[in-house]
Design a protein around this ligand. Structure first.
Ligand code: NIG
Ligand code: FE
Length: 413
Protein backbone atom coordinates (compact mmCIF):
# COMPACT_ATOMS: atom_id res chain seq x y z
CA UNK A 1 0.00 0.00 0.00
CA UNK A 2 1.34 3.45 -0.93
CA UNK A 3 -0.20 6.91 -0.63
CA UNK A 4 0.81 10.06 -2.50
CA UNK A 5 -0.29 13.41 -1.11
CA UNK A 6 -0.03 16.35 -3.49
CA UNK A 7 -0.43 20.10 -3.07
CA UNK A 8 0.46 20.31 0.61
CA UNK A 9 0.46 23.99 1.55
CA UNK A 10 3.28 23.36 4.03
CA UNK A 11 4.92 20.12 5.15
CA UNK A 12 5.86 20.81 8.76
CA UNK A 13 8.73 19.42 10.88
CA UNK A 14 10.78 17.92 8.07
CA UNK A 15 14.08 16.20 8.82
CA UNK A 16 16.76 14.79 6.50
CA UNK A 17 18.36 12.78 9.31
CA UNK A 18 16.54 12.13 12.58
CA UNK A 19 17.88 14.13 15.51
CA UNK A 20 17.51 12.59 18.93
CA UNK A 21 16.31 15.83 20.49
CA UNK A 22 16.19 19.58 19.99
CA UNK A 23 17.61 21.75 22.80
CA UNK A 24 18.13 25.36 23.82
CA UNK A 25 18.10 27.98 21.06
CA UNK A 26 17.58 25.26 18.43
CA UNK A 27 14.09 24.75 19.80
CA UNK A 28 13.02 27.93 18.05
CA UNK A 29 13.79 26.45 14.63
CA UNK A 30 11.81 24.01 12.52
CA UNK A 31 12.17 23.00 8.90
CA UNK A 32 9.21 23.03 6.55
CA UNK A 33 8.63 22.70 2.81
CA UNK A 34 6.01 24.93 1.23
CA UNK A 35 3.91 23.56 -1.65
CA UNK A 36 5.02 19.99 -1.04
CA UNK A 37 4.29 16.33 -1.81
CA UNK A 38 4.67 13.28 0.40
CA UNK A 39 4.83 9.58 -0.51
CA UNK A 40 4.35 6.60 1.80
CA UNK A 41 5.30 2.99 1.13
CA UNK A 42 3.92 0.33 3.45
CA UNK A 43 3.97 1.80 6.95
CA UNK A 44 6.93 4.11 6.22
CA UNK A 45 7.49 7.61 4.85
CA UNK A 46 9.20 6.92 1.51
CA UNK A 47 9.91 10.37 0.09
CA UNK A 48 8.83 14.00 -0.03
CA UNK A 49 9.78 17.23 -1.75
CA UNK A 50 8.59 20.40 -3.39
CA UNK A 51 5.76 20.29 -5.95
CA UNK A 52 8.11 22.29 -8.21
CA UNK A 53 10.21 19.20 -8.77
CA UNK A 54 7.86 16.28 -8.18
CA UNK A 55 9.08 13.29 -10.28
CA UNK A 56 6.93 13.00 -13.41
CA UNK A 57 6.67 9.21 -13.15
CA UNK A 58 5.60 9.17 -9.48
CA UNK A 59 2.56 7.02 -8.66
CA UNK A 60 0.88 5.36 -5.69
CA UNK A 61 -2.04 3.05 -4.86
CA UNK A 62 -3.96 6.01 -3.50
CA UNK A 63 -3.68 9.73 -4.14
CA UNK A 64 -4.87 12.50 -1.88
CA UNK A 65 -5.03 16.11 -3.01
CA UNK A 66 -4.31 18.14 0.13
CA UNK A 67 -5.63 21.15 -1.71
CA UNK A 68 -3.64 23.70 0.20
CA UNK A 69 -3.96 22.10 3.63
CA UNK A 70 -0.91 21.36 5.79
CA UNK A 71 0.71 18.12 6.96
CA UNK A 72 2.23 17.65 10.43
CA UNK A 73 3.86 14.54 11.94
CA UNK A 74 1.53 12.88 14.47
CA UNK A 75 1.95 14.21 18.00
CA UNK A 76 3.84 12.03 20.45
CA UNK A 77 2.30 12.15 23.93
CA UNK A 78 4.97 10.75 26.23
CA UNK A 79 3.04 10.87 29.55
CA UNK A 80 -0.53 9.72 30.19
CA UNK A 81 -2.62 7.72 32.63
CA UNK A 82 -5.42 7.06 30.17
CA UNK A 83 -6.43 3.66 31.51
CA UNK A 84 -8.82 4.45 34.34
CA UNK A 85 -12.17 3.22 35.57
CA UNK A 86 -14.03 6.45 36.30
CA UNK A 87 -13.82 10.21 36.01
CA UNK A 88 -13.46 12.34 39.15
CA UNK A 89 -15.58 15.39 38.43
CA UNK A 90 -16.99 15.46 41.98
CA UNK A 91 -13.50 16.04 43.36
CA UNK A 92 -13.17 18.80 40.80
CA UNK A 93 -15.82 20.70 42.75
CA UNK A 94 -13.75 20.35 45.95
CA UNK A 95 -10.87 21.73 43.96
CA UNK A 96 -12.89 24.71 42.76
CA UNK A 97 -13.86 25.37 46.37
CA UNK A 98 -10.18 25.62 47.22
CA UNK A 99 -8.99 22.24 48.50
CA UNK A 100 -5.42 21.49 47.43
CA UNK A 101 -4.26 18.38 45.60
CA UNK A 102 -2.61 17.17 48.82
CA UNK A 103 -5.72 17.89 50.95
CA UNK A 104 -7.86 15.88 48.56
CA UNK A 105 -5.33 13.04 48.67
CA UNK A 106 -5.28 13.13 52.49
CA UNK A 107 -9.07 12.66 52.57
CA UNK A 108 -8.69 9.41 50.59
CA UNK A 109 -9.65 11.17 47.37
CA UNK A 110 -7.40 11.60 44.40
CA UNK A 111 -5.39 8.64 43.23
CA UNK A 112 -6.78 6.45 46.05
CA UNK A 113 -10.28 7.17 44.81
CA UNK A 114 -9.26 5.98 41.33
CA UNK A 115 -7.69 2.87 42.88
CA UNK A 116 -10.97 1.94 44.56
CA UNK A 117 -12.80 2.12 41.23
CA UNK A 118 -9.98 0.27 39.47
CA UNK A 119 -10.29 -2.68 41.86
CA UNK A 120 -13.93 -3.17 40.78
CA UNK A 121 -13.41 -2.77 37.02
CA UNK A 122 -13.04 -5.67 34.61
CA UNK A 123 -10.25 -5.86 32.08
CA UNK A 124 -12.74 -5.77 29.21
CA UNK A 125 -14.44 -2.66 30.54
CA UNK A 126 -11.09 -0.89 30.94
CA UNK A 127 -10.00 -1.82 27.41
CA UNK A 128 -13.29 -0.58 25.98
CA UNK A 129 -13.06 2.76 27.81
CA UNK A 130 -9.41 3.29 26.94
CA UNK A 131 -10.03 2.55 23.25
CA UNK A 132 -12.59 5.36 23.14
CA UNK A 133 -9.99 7.72 24.64
CA UNK A 134 -7.32 6.53 22.20
CA UNK A 135 -9.66 7.20 19.27
CA UNK A 136 -10.39 10.67 20.58
CA UNK A 137 -6.72 11.61 20.92
CA UNK A 138 -5.99 10.16 17.47
CA UNK A 139 -8.66 12.49 16.06
CA UNK A 140 -6.72 15.35 17.63
CA UNK A 141 -3.51 14.24 15.94
CA UNK A 142 -1.75 12.01 18.47
CA UNK A 143 0.04 9.06 16.86
CA UNK A 144 2.06 7.67 19.79
CA UNK A 145 1.28 7.58 23.48
CA UNK A 146 2.80 6.34 26.71
CA UNK A 147 0.34 4.90 29.25
CA UNK A 148 1.04 4.26 32.93
CA UNK A 149 -0.38 1.89 35.50
CA UNK A 150 -0.66 3.35 39.00
CA UNK A 151 -4.36 3.21 39.81
CA UNK A 152 -3.99 -0.38 41.01
CA UNK A 153 -1.81 0.05 44.10
CA UNK A 154 -1.93 -3.67 44.82
CA UNK A 155 -0.34 -6.47 42.85
CA UNK A 156 -3.53 -7.79 41.29
CA UNK A 157 -4.84 -4.43 40.12
CA UNK A 158 -1.47 -3.15 38.90
CA UNK A 159 -1.04 -6.28 36.78
CA UNK A 160 -4.60 -5.88 35.51
CA UNK A 161 -3.86 -2.34 34.33
CA UNK A 162 -0.66 -3.40 32.61
CA UNK A 163 -2.42 -6.30 30.89
CA UNK A 164 -5.00 -3.83 29.64
CA UNK A 165 -2.22 -1.66 28.19
CA UNK A 166 -0.72 -4.75 26.55
CA UNK A 167 -4.07 -5.46 24.86
CA UNK A 168 -4.32 -1.82 23.75
CA UNK A 169 -0.94 -2.18 22.04
CA UNK A 170 -2.43 -4.98 19.96
CA UNK A 171 -5.79 -3.33 19.29
CA UNK A 172 -4.85 0.28 18.57
CA UNK A 173 -3.05 1.68 15.50
CA UNK A 174 -1.26 4.14 17.81
CA UNK A 175 2.29 3.40 18.96
CA UNK A 176 1.97 2.63 22.68
CA UNK A 177 4.58 2.25 25.44
CA UNK A 178 3.65 1.09 28.93
CA UNK A 179 5.03 2.21 32.26
CA UNK A 180 4.75 0.46 35.61
CA UNK A 181 3.80 3.06 38.25
CA UNK A 182 3.10 0.89 41.32
CA UNK A 183 4.57 3.72 43.42
CA UNK A 184 1.96 6.32 42.46
CA UNK A 185 0.40 6.81 45.89
CA UNK A 186 0.60 5.22 49.31
CA UNK A 187 -2.44 3.02 50.03
CA UNK A 188 -4.22 4.08 53.25
CA UNK A 189 -3.32 0.85 55.06
CA UNK A 190 0.39 1.66 54.63
CA UNK A 191 0.19 5.24 55.88
CA UNK A 192 3.06 5.84 58.29
CA UNK A 193 4.91 2.74 57.10
CA UNK A 194 5.28 3.35 53.43
CA UNK A 195 8.57 1.46 53.21
CA UNK A 196 6.44 -1.69 53.59
CA UNK A 197 4.49 -0.73 50.49
CA UNK A 198 7.76 0.01 48.67
CA UNK A 199 8.87 -3.53 49.65
CA UNK A 200 5.76 -4.91 47.96
CA UNK A 201 6.39 -2.87 44.83
CA UNK A 202 9.95 -4.20 44.69
CA UNK A 203 9.55 -7.79 45.87
CA UNK A 204 6.09 -8.71 44.72
CA UNK A 205 4.98 -6.49 41.85
CA UNK A 206 8.22 -5.89 39.91
CA UNK A 207 9.15 -9.59 39.45
CA UNK A 208 5.66 -10.33 38.10
CA UNK A 209 5.66 -7.29 35.81
CA UNK A 210 9.02 -8.43 34.43
CA UNK A 211 8.02 -12.09 34.14
CA UNK A 212 4.98 -11.25 31.99
CA UNK A 213 6.96 -8.58 30.15
CA UNK A 214 4.25 -6.03 30.91
CA UNK A 215 6.19 -2.77 31.05
CA UNK A 216 8.66 -0.78 28.98
CA UNK A 217 9.46 1.70 31.78
CA UNK A 218 9.32 2.24 35.53
CA UNK A 219 7.83 5.34 37.19
CA UNK A 220 7.67 6.66 40.78
CA UNK A 221 5.82 9.73 42.07
CA UNK A 222 8.78 11.26 43.90
CA UNK A 223 7.30 14.22 45.72
CA UNK A 224 6.25 15.77 49.01
CA UNK A 225 3.60 13.59 50.67
CA UNK A 226 4.19 10.74 48.22
CA UNK A 227 7.42 8.77 47.72
CA UNK A 228 10.77 9.95 49.07
CA UNK A 229 14.11 10.09 47.29
CA UNK A 230 15.16 6.99 49.27
CA UNK A 231 12.03 5.07 48.20
CA UNK A 232 12.63 6.16 44.60
CA UNK A 233 16.28 5.16 44.74
CA UNK A 234 15.38 1.68 45.94
CA UNK A 235 12.66 1.15 43.35
CA UNK A 236 14.74 2.41 40.42
CA UNK A 237 17.68 0.26 41.45
CA UNK A 238 15.50 -2.83 41.63
CA UNK A 239 13.85 -2.01 38.29
CA UNK A 240 17.24 -1.61 36.59
CA UNK A 241 17.91 -5.29 37.27
CA UNK A 242 14.93 -6.06 35.03
CA UNK A 243 16.09 -3.60 32.38
CA UNK A 244 13.34 -1.06 33.07
CA UNK A 245 14.41 2.53 32.39
CA UNK A 246 12.88 5.25 34.58
CA UNK A 247 10.45 7.94 33.48
CA UNK A 248 9.47 9.58 36.72
CA UNK A 249 7.05 12.08 38.26
CA UNK A 250 9.25 14.70 39.90
CA UNK A 251 9.14 18.13 41.52
CA UNK A 252 5.45 18.80 40.99
CA UNK A 253 4.74 19.73 44.61
CA UNK A 254 8.17 20.69 45.95
CA UNK A 255 11.93 20.67 45.36
CA UNK A 256 11.69 16.98 46.09
CA UNK A 257 15.07 15.76 44.85
CA UNK A 258 13.14 13.80 42.25
CA UNK A 259 14.95 15.35 39.31
CA UNK A 260 18.37 14.51 40.75
CA UNK A 261 17.47 10.93 41.66
CA UNK A 262 16.00 10.47 38.17
CA UNK A 263 19.19 11.77 36.55
CA UNK A 264 21.26 9.53 38.84
CA UNK A 265 19.38 6.51 37.48
CA UNK A 266 19.66 7.73 33.86
CA UNK A 267 15.93 8.38 33.53
CA UNK A 268 14.66 8.76 29.98
CA UNK A 269 12.55 11.64 31.24
CA UNK A 270 11.60 13.48 34.42
CA UNK A 271 8.11 14.91 34.27
CA UNK A 272 6.09 17.80 35.80
CA UNK A 273 9.02 19.98 37.05
CA UNK A 274 7.05 22.87 38.55
CA UNK A 275 9.76 23.14 41.21
CA UNK A 276 12.91 23.43 39.13
CA UNK A 277 15.73 25.72 40.25
CA UNK A 278 19.41 26.20 39.46
CA UNK A 279 20.53 22.88 41.01
CA UNK A 280 17.90 20.92 39.10
CA UNK A 281 18.85 22.62 35.81
CA UNK A 282 22.55 21.90 36.42
CA UNK A 283 21.76 18.26 37.10
CA UNK A 284 19.70 17.98 33.89
CA UNK A 285 22.38 19.70 31.81
CA UNK A 286 24.82 16.93 32.72
CA UNK A 287 22.35 14.22 31.67
CA UNK A 288 20.53 12.63 28.76
CA UNK A 289 17.21 12.92 30.59
CA UNK A 290 14.37 14.74 28.81
CA UNK A 291 12.77 17.45 30.99
CA UNK A 292 9.06 17.09 30.35
CA UNK A 293 6.48 19.69 31.32
CA UNK A 294 2.79 18.82 31.70
CA UNK A 295 0.89 22.09 31.17
CA UNK A 296 -2.55 20.47 31.46
CA UNK A 297 -1.95 19.43 35.09
CA UNK A 298 -0.47 22.79 36.15
CA UNK A 299 -3.40 24.58 34.49
CA UNK A 300 -6.06 22.30 35.97
CA UNK A 301 -4.55 22.38 39.47
CA UNK A 302 -3.84 26.10 39.29
CA UNK A 303 -0.21 25.63 40.19
CA UNK A 304 3.01 27.47 39.55
CA UNK A 305 4.33 26.88 36.06
CA UNK A 306 7.62 25.10 35.37
CA UNK A 307 10.35 27.55 34.27
CA UNK A 308 10.38 26.48 30.61
CA UNK A 309 12.16 29.61 29.37
CA UNK A 310 14.95 29.37 31.95
CA UNK A 311 15.42 25.75 31.04
CA UNK A 312 15.72 26.47 27.31
CA UNK A 313 17.94 29.51 27.97
CA UNK A 314 20.27 27.22 29.90
CA UNK A 315 20.49 25.01 26.82
CA UNK A 316 18.12 22.25 27.88
CA UNK A 317 15.55 20.52 25.68
CA UNK A 318 11.92 20.73 26.81
CA UNK A 319 9.14 18.27 26.00
CA UNK A 320 5.42 18.86 26.50
CA UNK A 321 2.99 16.00 27.20
CA UNK A 322 -0.67 15.85 28.24
CA UNK A 323 -0.63 13.82 31.50
CA UNK A 324 -4.17 12.74 30.45
CA UNK A 325 -5.74 11.40 33.69
CA UNK A 326 -9.01 11.74 35.61
CA UNK A 327 -7.56 13.67 38.56
CA UNK A 328 -5.29 16.42 37.33
CA UNK A 329 -5.56 16.59 33.54
CA UNK A 330 -8.77 15.22 32.03
CA UNK A 331 -7.77 15.91 28.43
CA UNK A 332 -5.35 14.30 26.00
CA UNK A 333 -5.71 17.03 23.39
CA UNK A 334 -2.13 17.80 22.32
CA UNK A 335 -3.23 20.82 20.28
CA UNK A 336 -4.45 22.34 23.52
CA UNK A 337 -1.15 21.41 25.17
CA UNK A 338 0.65 23.35 22.41
CA UNK A 339 -1.59 26.35 23.03
CA UNK A 340 -0.92 26.17 26.78
CA UNK A 341 2.80 25.87 26.06
CA UNK A 342 2.60 29.15 24.16
CA UNK A 343 0.14 31.04 26.35
CA UNK A 344 1.22 29.92 29.82
CA UNK A 345 4.91 29.17 29.28
CA UNK A 346 5.65 31.78 26.59
CA UNK A 347 6.99 29.18 24.19
CA UNK A 348 6.99 30.12 20.49
CA UNK A 349 5.05 28.07 17.92
CA UNK A 350 8.32 26.47 16.75
CA UNK A 351 9.27 25.59 20.34
CA UNK A 352 5.93 23.94 21.07
CA UNK A 353 6.07 21.99 17.81
CA UNK A 354 9.52 20.62 18.72
CA UNK A 355 8.36 19.97 22.29
CA UNK A 356 5.37 17.83 21.22
CA UNK A 357 7.04 15.86 18.42
CA UNK A 358 10.82 15.26 18.33
CA UNK A 359 11.37 15.76 22.07
CA UNK A 360 8.46 13.63 23.25
CA UNK A 361 9.53 10.94 20.75
CA UNK A 362 12.90 10.88 22.56
CA UNK A 363 11.05 10.52 25.88
CA UNK A 364 9.46 7.31 24.53
CA UNK A 365 12.58 5.89 22.82
CA UNK A 366 10.92 6.54 19.46
CA UNK A 367 13.38 9.01 17.89
CA UNK A 368 13.96 6.75 14.88
CA UNK A 369 10.25 6.07 14.36
CA UNK A 370 8.18 9.16 15.14
CA UNK A 371 8.28 12.89 15.73
CA UNK A 372 9.08 14.23 12.28
CA UNK A 373 8.50 13.86 8.57
CA UNK A 374 11.65 11.92 7.72
CA UNK A 375 12.33 9.18 5.16
CA UNK A 376 12.16 5.78 6.85
CA UNK A 377 10.14 6.96 9.83
CA UNK A 378 6.67 5.61 10.47
CA UNK A 379 4.02 7.08 8.14
CA UNK A 380 1.83 8.44 10.95
CA UNK A 381 0.83 12.05 10.33
CA UNK A 382 -2.20 14.26 9.84
CA UNK A 383 -3.59 16.63 7.25
CA UNK A 384 -4.99 19.80 8.76
CA UNK A 385 -8.18 21.61 7.96
CA UNK A 386 -7.61 24.79 5.99
CA UNK A 387 -5.37 26.84 8.26
CA UNK A 388 -3.38 29.93 7.30
CA UNK A 389 -0.02 29.02 8.88
CA UNK A 390 1.60 26.58 11.31
CA UNK A 391 1.58 29.36 13.89
CA UNK A 392 -2.21 29.04 13.83
CA UNK A 393 -1.89 25.65 15.57
CA UNK A 394 -1.08 26.96 19.08
CA UNK A 395 -2.94 30.22 18.43
CA UNK A 396 -6.38 28.77 17.79
CA UNK A 397 -6.82 27.03 21.13
CA UNK A 398 -9.66 24.61 21.69
CA UNK A 399 -10.60 23.90 18.07
CA UNK A 400 -9.62 20.67 16.35
CA UNK A 401 -7.48 21.68 13.37
CA UNK A 402 -6.98 18.05 12.25
CA UNK A 403 -8.92 16.90 9.22
CA UNK A 404 -7.51 13.55 8.05
CA UNK A 405 -5.29 11.12 9.91
CA UNK A 406 -2.87 8.64 8.35
CA UNK A 407 -1.49 6.00 10.73
CA UNK A 408 1.13 3.43 9.73
CA UNK A 409 0.65 4.30 6.06
CA UNK A 410 -3.12 3.76 6.12
CA UNK A 411 -5.89 6.31 6.02
CA UNK A 412 -7.45 6.09 9.50
CA UNK A 413 -9.80 9.06 9.21
O1 NIG B 1 0.65 13.16 36.89
N1 NIG B 1 1.16 13.60 39.98
C1 NIG B 1 0.85 12.42 40.05
N2 NIG B 1 0.03 11.72 39.30
C2 NIG B 1 -0.88 12.21 38.33
C3 NIG B 1 -2.18 12.52 38.93
C4 NIG B 1 -3.04 11.39 38.86
C5 NIG B 1 -4.35 11.59 39.56
O2 NIG B 1 -4.59 12.55 40.31
O3 NIG B 1 -5.15 10.71 39.30
C6 NIG B 1 -0.30 13.39 37.60
O4 NIG B 1 -0.77 14.52 37.68
FE1 FE C 1 1.26 11.95 35.54
Amino acid sequence: MSILIRNIKELVQVEETPQSWVAGADMSKIKTIKNAWLLTEGDRIADFGSMDDIPTDISADEEINANGRMVFPGFVDSHTHLVYAANREIEYIDKIKGLSYEEIAERGGGILNSAKKMAEASEDFLVEQALVRLNTIAEYGTAAVEIKSGYGLNTESELKMLRVIKRLKELSPLQIKSTFLGAHSIPLEYKGQQEKYVDIVINEMLPKVAEENLADYIDVFCDKGFFTVEDTDRILEAAAKYGLKPKIHANELDYSGGIQVGVKHKALSVDHLEFTGKDEIASLLASKTMPTILPGAAFFLNMAYAPAREMMDAGLPVALASDFNPGSAPSGNMQLIMAMGSILYRMTPEEVINATTINTAYAMDLSKEMGSICRGKRASFFITKEIPSYEYMPYSFGDNKVDRVILNGEVWK
